[in-house]
Design a binder for this molecule. Structure first.
Ligand SMILES: *Cc1c(COP(=O)(O)O)cnc(C)c1O
Length: 406
């Protein structure tokens, strides 16, 4: 099998290939970790430069109005909303995913005062569970973790069912319409974490009946390290959002400086306080790269890439065991392979310029971002992985050293 020839033929047919030029990917790097931190783009860096040198350095305080800083959470929210199937005014860009989830889960408990259970999948990204624990402790509720299908654990005590749309470890994709309907049929609210689906596949929050959602902009949306998260509320909940981080940005009249809190209408009620303007402006630049991009096209390339990757790895690296759903429709835009020495193997691969990541206990994780990856790079990554395994170079002591961030 000639992987490179196969890959080049696919690249020749790829309508998204010209988008690659928008991104800065270092020479010699094959980047398969855009599901953890997306790369910089020229548009993102240009926006950051303008925000720092003109809006801040020259505009000073005037830029809150003149540069639209104050309006950014909802303006960016609308732009993100278009990528996740949310109508205008339903998404706010603010704070972190963790903090947004804290606010959302409290809002759910407030909407279901007679129910005191938050239901989540045991396999959720840990911060989601830690936050749910914190919400439960503060609100006198109980966290129930589903080991099997989450919908099977719905009871008449569940106020909110929290689901990770794409599982961070396996890449398994959950059925948003089906699970939202199941939660609502049981009287619960459906809360979605889109961290691994926003910018990777077609998300239809309004159509699929989600109640609330949180998501990430520094992964597939390429907003930059620490870029703010986003929070969605279905229109039917606008007007009844109550959350405990009741700061002035979420006040109905922030500049009236009244002593008492009065929640703003709509998703704005999720705002708390002053936002990281430079990060938001960087994200605004990154979102320019999404203009004119159809999510169906992104998804089609992602499916083709993950499928090719699995086929190639299984053909040349029999030591690895697939840790993701085999069926493309059941998978997000990442592929996991398992090996007892996954950590060392990933470090050796990174030393060869192929950047993926490792998730405990044994998962080698590879993300596929269709806007800047070519099939040839994917094929070259597979050949490097084969070399790492065949040579045994991963056994070198230096690859077993662990940094703070894996
Ligand atoms: C990346 C990720 C997070 C990160 O949360 P932060 O508050 O931004 O640190 C949370 N949940 C999921 C599912 C993630 O993938």
């Amino acid at each position: 099998m000639d992987l490179i020839a196969d890959a080049r033929a696919r690249d020749a047919d790829d309508p998204l290939a010209p988008r690659r030029a928008r991104y800065l990917i270092p020479e010699g790097v094959i980047y398969l970790d855009g599901n953890s931190l997306g790369p910089a783009s020229h548009a993102a860096l240009a926006a950051l430069e303008v925000a720092a040198r003109q809006e801040w350095a020259e505009g000073l305080i005037r830029s809150w109005n003149a540069a639209g800083w104050f309006e950014m959470p909802l303006a960016l929210g609308d732009r993100i909303g278009r990528l996740v199937g949310a109508g205008a005014g339903s998404v706010a860009c603010c704070d972190t995913i963790s903090v947004n989830l804290y606010k959302v889960l409290h809002a759910c408990l407030a909407l279901r005062p007679d129910r005191r259970v938050i239901l989540a999948e045991a396999t959720s990204f840990p911060t989601d569970l830690y936050i749910a624990e914190g919400v439960c402790a503060a609100a006198g509720a109980r966290l129930v973790l589903a080991e099997g299908p989450v919908e099977a654990a719905l009871t008449d005590e569940v106020a909110a069912m929290l689901v990770n749309h794409v599982d961070y470890r396996s890449g398994a994709l959950r059925d948003m319409a089906g699970l939202s309907a199941a939660a609502q049929a049981a009287g619960a609210l459906a809360v979605w974490d889109l961290s691994h689906s926003a910018g990777a596949l077609e998300v239809a929050l309004d159509r699929d009946g989600a109640d609330f959602a949180v998501g990430c902009t520094y992964k597939y949306l390429n907003g930059g390290p620490g870029a703010p998260g986003f929070v969605y509320a279905a229109a039917r909940h606008h007007g009844s959002i109550r959350q405990p981080v009741s700061g002035w940005w979420g006040h109905a009249r922030p500049f009236a400086f009244e002593p008492g809190y009065a929640a703003a209408e709509g998703v704005k009620a999720f705002l708390a306080g002053t936002q990281p303007v430079l990060s938001m402006r960087t994200l605004a630049g990154a979102l320019e790269d999404w203009e004119g991009v159809g999510m169906a096209e992104v998804r089609a390339k992602s499916r083709a890439m993950t499928e090719a990757f699995i086929g190639w790895v299984e053909a040349v690296c029999p030591e690895l065991e697939l840790g993701s759903p085999r069926e493309a429709a059941a998978r997000g835009s990442q592929v996991s392979f398992r090996h007892a020495n996954g950590y060392e193997i990933m470090q050796a691969l990174i030393a060869r310029g192929v950047i993926g990541d490792f998730r405990a206990p044994d998962v080698l994780r590879f993300g596929f971002a269709p806007l800047y990856l070519s099939f040839e790079e994917v094929a070259r990554a597979v050949l490097a992985l084969r070399e790492v395994l065949a040579s045994g170079e991963w056994r070198e002591a230096r690859f077993a050293e662990r940094g703070a961030v894996t």
